[in-house]
Design a protein around this ligand. Structure first.
Ligand code: GCB
Length: 605
């Protein structure tokens, strides 16, 4: 058997499978989890990827045994093999390596991961490997065959593995590289930890020969009494093209036929919808039936729009009582599970929020689904952060691909009201074109939601001016400002006036300052809870007066790890702008914000 395996391995011609269209609604499909214990090999010199003369193994015709994805084992005692996954250390997947392996805390480089599994795929069925997110670059191999390479640390991707999987002893090998590069998205400089690894779920999805790949079921833009969208079938057999959508509570039982292109566009007039909102996070049971294959979901219906400088949810003006959140567990490490999501979102609820800004990249699907259930509106963002390489076409394509994947995954979630293109990007022609193109692309994929970006401002003649040109392409003018932290005097906060040429809703997407929980002093002593508390009091006095103000999402819910925050005894590798510490202690400013939101809520009623 071993000999046979070796022969097969040595004669395998490598073939790279193109990345496939993204399959959506994975949690409700027929799946097998590959989460759990995996073996890993730290490979800073990429010894398992290149020969000693730097020939890339997976570009060669045959997979040599020294390529780690061959997962080779010596067949006799004399043979030279210099790696062994099965004898290597183990790690929990999903999970970043920095918080799990002390020696990898600061590591930025290559690590190989291996999981073995059995899978009995019945005749005529198809199997897909779905990777929730890998930071940053992944080379994926199954049974020695390359499935593909993926870049971008926060969005899902999948490959078909029908012809490769076998009943026993499959080995999935993934090389993960979190080295930062100027042209990547994000670029080399960020104020968050570069957690490396397979940070979200790894899942096998079993499907029929032709199946429901994706769908969009939402209210039609501008019509609160019409549900519209599309259903997309993978590998349609035109003789069997009937599809139905049922929403029993709305007495909807729609039947339609998929076109030769595999797509059915539909529109279903309906009445008496109980609209999704923070007060009423109603989700309807929806079932799509395609040739007896049933795919279920829970979908909320709501409209979101702007009218001059107002944000209207279901036609009614709302104020976004928000908070910014990083995808990190209080004690460090990437958050991923439903429990992680609930911890963060329940804190946001306690603060009085009806809205969360999920910064600075698409978060995991669990948190979006929990926000749907809890009635929290969501801003979802891609990591076009600070100074990405705006003039570079590949960088643009990468950003657009990340946006497409996020929208494909999350477009049926009522909670998402805003897609954000960027954060604090420096104005230039190349940057303007980059963001305008992203804005156009977003609207072409989803014209039902609002778009925004967190902008920077200018100071002219004693005014803060919010006049970034790309505001023309946005529905919501959002900006970050740090009065009393990076500049400006808190005592004079109320004297700081703002103006904007845009008659659009304005959202303060960030403000705040650091405090070390438990560190007390005078209100003018930096890093104390009292300083942060005073900063919030004074900023809110100023923010109240901002024209067209429609919401705030202070920076940030919880202290988070950042390699840029080095002050000993205070920061120790953490950005301390959290209203809650990484130990879960609420700081004084938490209660200032909570009171303000209580007040705002009363004003809304
Ligand atoms: C910002 C950034 C955010 C930083 C924050 C800070 O403007 O958008 O990512 O963490 O400031 O603490 O400086």
């Amino acid at each position: 058997m071993k000999k046979l395996l070796t022969a097969v391995l040595l004669t395998t011609t490598l073939f790279t499978f193109a990345q496939q269209n993204l399959i959506s609604n994975v949690p409700n499909r027929n799946t097998t989890s590959l989460n759990g214990v995996w073996n890993y090999i730290i490979d800073p010199y990429q010894t398992g990827f290149y020969s000693f003369h730097l020939d890339q193994y997976d570009k060669q015709e045959k997979a040599p045994k020294s390529a780690f994805y061959s997962n080779y084992h010596a067949v006799n005692k004399q043979e030279l093999v210099e790696y062994d996954f099965d004898k290597s250390a183990t790690i929990t997947i999903p999970g970043d390596w920095n918080s799990q392996v002390p020696e990898l805390k600061y590591y930025e480089g290559n690590v190989w991961f291996k999981k073995s599994f059995d899978y009995n795929l019945k005749d005529k069925k198809r199997l897909f490997l779905y990777l929730g997110a890998i930071n940053y670059k992944a080379d994926v191999y199954l049974n020695g065959k390359k499935l593909g390479t993926h870049e971008g640390g926060f969005t899902p991707f999948n490959y078909e593995v029908t012809s490769i999987v076998k009943p026993n002893d499959n080995y999935l090998v993934i090389k993960v590289d979190n080295t930062r590069h100027k042209e990547d998205v994000p670029t080399v400089n960020t104020d968050w930890w570069n957690y490396g690894g397979i940070t979200r779920d790894v899942t096998l999805i079993e499907e029929e020969a032709s199946f429901i790949e994706d769908y969009n079921i939402q209210l039609k833009k501008g019509n609160a009494n019409s549900i519209s969208g599309f259903i997309k079938i993978n590998n349609l057999d035109i003789a069997q093209n009937a599809v139905s959508i049922s929403i029993p509570e709305l007495k909807i039982n729609y039947k339609g036929k998929v076109g030769a292109d595999g797509i059915l566009n539909f529109e279903i007039p309906t009445k008496k919808i109980s609209y999704w909102s923070p007060e009423n996070p109603k989700l309807y049971d929806v079932t799509i039936d395609f040739n007896g294959q049933k795919l279920t979901d829970k979908i909320g219906f709501r409209t979101i729009a702007t009218q001059e400088d107002k944000i209207l949810l279901n036609g009614k003006q709302i104020f976004l009582r928000g908070i910014s959140i990083h995808e990190e567990n209080a004690k460090g490490g990437r958050a991923n599970s439903k429990e992680d999501a609930l911890r963060l979102l329940n804190w946001a609820k306690e603060l009085g929020c009806n809205y969360v800004r999920l910064a600075h990249y698409p978060h995991n699907e669990n948190i979006i689904r929990e926000a749907d259930k809890l009635g929290l509106m969501v801003w979802e963002e891609i990591p076009v952060y600070w100074t990405v390489d705006f003039a570079n076409k590949n960088t643009y394509q990468n950003a657009q691909d990340q946006l497409t994947a996020a929208i494909t995954r999350d477009k049926n979630r009522a909670s998402i009201i805003i897609w954000s293109m960027a954060n604090e990007t420096p104005v230039s022609d190349a940057r303007n074109t980059f963001i305008q193109n992203l804005a156009r692309h977003t609207k072409s994929l989803d014209n039902t939601r609002l778009i925004s970006a967190a902008l920077l401002t200018r100071h002219v003649d004693g005014f803060g001016v919010i006049d970034d040109k790309i505001g023309e392409s946005l529905d919501i003018i959002a900006f970050n400002q740090y009065l009393g932290w990076y500049g400006g005097k808190l005592e004079d906060a109320e004297k700081n006036l703002w103006k904007t040429p845009y008659n659009k809703p304005v959202v303060v997407s960030e403000f705040g300052g650091d405090a070390k929980a438990g560190f007390h002093g005078e209100k003018n002593e930096r890093w104390t809870e009292e300083y942060q508390e005073y900063l919030y009091i004074q900023n809110l006095k100023m923010i109240e007066k901002i024209p067209h103000l429609s919401g705030t999402s202070p920076w940030i819910l919880v202290d988070f790890r950042s390699p840029k925050r080095l002050l000993p005894g205070i920061q120790d590798g953490y950005n301390r702008k959290g209203l809650i510490s990484n130990e879960g202690e609420k700081k004084k400013a938490f209660y200032i914000m909570q009171d303000w939101y209580t007040q705002k809520k009363k004003e809304q009623l």
